[in-house]
Write a protein that binds this ligand. Sequence first.
Ligand SMILES: [Zn+2]
Length: 119
Amino acid sequence: MWILFGAKTKSKVVEGGRRGERACPDCERHTTWVECDVKDSFNVFFVDLVDTKSRCMRCAECGEDCSIEQWDAEQRRVAKAIGAPAATPSSAAQPVAKPRAEVDVDAEFAALKKRLKKS
Ligand SMILES: [Zn+2]
């Protein structure tokens, strides 16, 4: 008696999933990466026995994939290297805080003028 078994991997792009660009270690180019659902299944006589589902980011050019965790870590590392404001929320808040302070000064000045006129 013989047993026929096999394994297959299917992946599908997640509709409305994440998308981004990064340098692909396989293509050695800057490519678009898309979020994919990956299903690994193991079957005996064409009957699927074990299914594992996972999510990953995949290079749209060559199919190289990496885990979501790896992808996030890489994005953070790149953002830090460039000094993108998204990586440092405290510095991103500064430009917003400044004009607000000026408005407050103007309002205070106007209030002071009113008080001076009254007295
Ligand atoms: Zn690639």
